[in-house]
Design a protein. Sequence first.
Length: 38
Amino acid sequence: MWVPVGSMFSFIEVLPLVLLILDAMEHHSLIRKQQRFR
């Protein structure tokens, strides 16, 4: 019973980090595209 709950919490801890990384990657690619147009 407690093992799935523990793995859920560790997954929830990692989730914001993954979302931040994905968001940063999107911003990075957008910035690089804008630099190419100049």
